[in-house]
Ligand binder design. Structure first.
Ligand code: ATP
Ligand code: MG
Length: 339
């Protein structure tokens, strides 16, 4: 690439819905950190998305701070990446309304994440259904070329593309049509308690996840308790009963950057799952320890954290506000200011 080629712009969103886990790191955050120089990164802590399900206000506020601190601890550099809180930038809600008005209901009703989450709720909010439209606004406001995501978000990115194309077609070229970029290795980490479900921040079952601020002992315990099967073969296999072993191997592979056959060779002479778990736990403990130590320092310094987030919000507004003004002009809204 020539030296002066414009850097691709990347938008990533993350919910303040609970403590970050190994899946978030392997599936998303690691890529954000690695891409900071090659890419122009925007990372949005999506608190507007979080309230699509009931939130306790004080807890939401605390989790938003903790998430920001953890992202910085993982290596997000405020000098190189615009990290901000979604509700600090009004353009997101404004743009989402306009995009919702050109989005057919059927497009939203067929989203698998909506269907899954709706089943878990007693009463389903309108916001849970329109969530992917807000996500589309998050992406399109920044003219993002790329959205790095885990497998679970693939369908939402397709939807964002469809909405962008539709808007451009109706109102003229306005939005960059984004691409979803899915990391190949360790793209999807499954729950340790149930390897048929992806590891998730909002799942509160015991021994479900390895959290990025877990102690060495907690990590070791969670991995040793991971659900496996009654066999002893340590191989990558898609057989349903091997899902637990496959997940442990996937984690090991993601953290050692080995190929599948190298990973299988590592465990070829292994004496059963106890040995597998011990070695996976070792690798995870080593990967997480430095993150946890940086996090503990940052979370103790609230003023500094708030200062960094104010900087991020300013930089985000500088991009999103002119964009939403253009969108409003395109749909025919009367400008508020004399020109
Ligand atoms: P929630 O349960 O609230 O949806 P989550 O754990 O799914 O939380 P998100 O905030 O939805 O986390 O996603 C943050 C990023 O992490 C996204 O890019 C998402 O694709 C990725 N991600 C989430 N869970 C996993 C996982 N288990 N494996 C790999 N990537 C994941
Ligand atoms: Mg999710």
């Amino acid at each position: 690439m020539p030296h002066d080629a414009p850097r691709r712009r990347v938008l990533s969103g993350i919910q303040p819905s609970g403590a970050l886990h190994l899946g978030n790191w392997v599936g998303a955050i690691r890529q954000w950190v690695a891409g900071q120089d090659r890419r122009e990164n925007f990372i949005c802590i999506v608190d507007l998305h979080a309230i699509t399900i009931t939130q306790e206000p004080a807890l939401l506020k605390r989790r938003t701070r903790e998430l920001a601190a953890m992202l910085f601890a993982c290596g997000i550099d405020p000098e190189r990446t615009t990290l901000f809180v979604q509700s600090h930038v009004r353009a997101h809600a404004e743009c989402a309304w306009i995009l919702g008005c050109i989005t057919p209901l059927g497009w939203l009703e067929r989203m698998t994440q909506y269907k899954a989450k709706a089943q878990q709720q007693k009463s389903v909010s309108t916001g849970l259904l329109t969530y992917p439209v807000l996500q589309t606004a998050d992406i399109l406001l920044y003219d993002a070329d790329e959205v790095p995501v885990g497998e679970d978000q693939k369908q939402h990115i397709e939807l964002a593309r469809d909405i962008a194309l539709r808007f451009n077609q109706i109102y003229g070229e306005t939005f960059v049509v984004p691409e979803g970029v899915i990391p190949e290795v360790g793209a999807r980490v499954m729950g340790l308690d149930d390897p048929t479900q992806k590891m998730s921040k909002s799942a509160d079952a015991r021994d479900h996840a390895v959290l990025l601020d877990d102690s060495d002992e907690q990590i070791d315990r969670a991995i040793r308790r991971a659900v496996t099967d009654s066999g002893r073969d340590i191989v990558f296999s898609n057989a349903p009963e091997k899902a637990g072993v496959k997940n442990l191997l996937t984690i090991y592979q993601a953290l050692t950057a080995k190929t599948r056959s190298e990973v299988e060779a590592d465990f070829a002479g292994s004496r059963g799952y106890g040995d597998l778990k011990r070695r996976v736990a070792e690798v995870v403990v080593e990967a997480i320890r430095p993150i946890r130590l940086r996090y503990q320092e940052l979370i103790a310094n609230e003023d500094e954290l708030d200062r960094l987030l104010a900087l991020g919000a300013g930089a985000a507004r500088a991009q999103a506000e002119p964009k939403v003004e253009l969108v409003k002009e395109r749909v025919g809204f009367l400008p508020a200011r004399a020109r």
